[in-house]
Design a protein around this ligand. Structure first.
Ligand code: DAH
Length: 344
C-alpha cells in the first residue's frame, strides 16, 4: 500500500508539472484530492489494515496528500498573481493624459467695469458708499429737490411699492443718505455703484433694471472746474489718455448748473462712426453743481459749502468698452456671451 501511495504521488506530481492552465489545475485537484479520488479511496481502505500498519500508512498517506496539496497551492498562487497582474495592466490609467479643464466662471462685465471705475476713484481719494434699492420717496425725489407734483418726476416712470416706497430710479438718493450720515462734516467724497429701476420697455438700449455710479464731492470752495478736471482725469484713465470730454448745458432738479458730459468716441477717436452716429461724441453721464436746496435739506449751509455730483450709466460704458450692441446681453446670462469675459 505504501508503494501505491508513493507511485500515486509520483504520478500526481508529474501530471501537475505539465499543467498549463487553471482548468487543468482544477481537474487535477479533483482527480487526486476529490472525494472520489484514489487517495480518499486508499484512506477509506485503511480499516482493513493491521494496527501496526495503520499509523505508518496513515502517515505516508498524509505526506502524499500534503505534497500534492503544496504543489497545487503553489500553482494556484501563480495563477492568482498572473490574473491580478493582467487586470492591473488592463486597468492602467495613463496619468500623463491631459486632464479636462474645470469650467471657470468669469467676472460679469458689469462688475468688471464697476471695479475698474471704483479703482480709478479710490485712487483719487474717494470712498465707496452704498444705499438701498428699495428706497423712500423722500430720498429718491423729495430731498433731491423734486417735490411731489414736480414736472421733472415725469422724467422717470417708477416702480412704486407703496405711495412712499419705490424701487430707486437712480443712485442719487445715496447722495442724500451720505450727507445725512456725515452730519455737516467735510470733505464728502464718495462714489456709489448700484442697480436702479425704471418702467421702460426693454429693447437694445433700454432695460427696466440697469446700473449707475453716482459721485458726490462737497467741501468749501468746490467749483465747476473741479468737476470738469475730475471727469477728464476719470475718462482718460478709463478710455485712454487721448480721450476728451465735452460738457453740454442740461437740466437736473438736483444740480445748478447742470451738464451732460460726452466723451470722444473710443471706436473712431472722434472721427465719426456708426457707434457715435457720426458725431464723434458719446454721452456717458449727467452732472452738475449740487443745488443749494439739496445741500440745505441735507444739513449743509450752501453759503459755506459747495459741491459737484454726477451719475454715470455703467451699461453704456461697458457697451462702449467691449463693443456690445444690445443691453439685454448683460441680463440674459447666455454663457456664450459671459464666457467671452473669462480672460479679460
Ligand atoms: N440721477 C440722474 C439720472 O439718473 C443722473 C445724474 C445727473 C446724477 C446729474 C447726478 C447729477 O448726480 O448731478 O439721470
Amino acid at each position: 500500500m505504501k508503494e501505491r501511495l508513493l507511485s500515486l504521488k509520483e504520478e500526481a506530481l508529474s501530471e501537475l508539472s505539465q499543467v498549463e492552465n487553471q482548468q487543468q489545475l482544477n481537474d487535477l485537484r479533483i482527480k487526486y484530492l476529490g472525494k472520489k479520488g484514489p487517495l480518499t479511496e486508499i484512506l477509506r481502505g485503511m480499516g482493513a489494515l493491521s494496527a501496526e500498519e495503520r499509523p505508518i500508512i496513515g502517515q505516508v498517506a498524509n505526506e502524499v496528500r500534503g505534497a500534492i496539496e503544496e504543489v497545487i497551492e503553489a500553482k494556484q498562487a501563480d495563477y492568482n498573481a498572473a490574473e491580478t497582474n493582467a487586470r492591473l495592466a488592463a486597468e492602467t490609467i495613463d496619468v500623463t493624459l491631459p486632464g479636462r479643464p474645470a469650467a471657470r466662471g468669469a467676472v460679469h462685465p458689469i462688475s468688471k467695469v464697476i471695479q475698474e471705475i471704483e479703482d480709478i476713484f479710490v485712487g483719487m481719494g474717494y470712498t465707496v458708499a452704498e444705499g438701498p434699492e428699495v428706497e423712500q420717496d423722500y430720498y429718491n425725489f423729495e430731498a433731491l429737490n423734486l417735490p411731489k407734483n414736480h414736472p421733472a418726476r415725469d422724467m422717470q416712470d417708477s416702480f412704486y411699492v407703496t405711495d412712499e416706497i419705490l424701487m430707486r430710479t437712480h443712485t442719487s438718493p445715496v447722495q442724500v443718505r451720505t450727507m445725512e450720515k456725515m452730519k455737516g462734516e467735510v470733505p464728502v467724497k464718495i462714489i456709489c455703484p448700484g442697480r436702479v429701476y425704471r418702467r421702460d420697455d426693454d429693447d437694445a438700449t433700454h432695460s427696466h433694471m440697469f446700473t449707475q455710479i453716482e459721485g458726490l464731492v462737497i467741501d468749501k470752495g468746490i467749483r465747476m472746474s473741479d468737476l470738469k478736471g475730475t471727469l477728464l482725469q476719470f475718462v482718460q484713465e478709463l478710455f485712454g489718455k487721448n480721450t476728451q470730454i465735452r460738457m453740454r448745458p442740461s437740466f437736473f432738479p438736483f444740480t445748478e448748473p447742470s451738464a451732460e458730459v460726452d466723451v470722444t468716441c473710443a471706436m473712431c477717436g472722434g472721427q465719426g462712426c456708426r457707434v457715435c452716429k457720426h458725431t464723434g461724441w458719446l454721452e456717458i453721464l449727467g452732472s452738475g453743481m449740487v443745488h443749494p436746496r439739496v445741500l440745505e435739506m441735507a444739513g449743509y449751509d450752501p453759503e459755506v459749502y459747495s459741491g459737484f455730483a454726477f451719475g454715470l450709466g455703467v451699461e453704456r460704458v461697458a457697451m462702449l468698452k467691449y463693443d456690445i450692441e444690445d443691453i439685454r446681453h448683460f441680463y440674459t446670462n447666455d454663457l456664450r456671451f459671459l464666457k467671452q469675459f473669462v480672460h479679460l
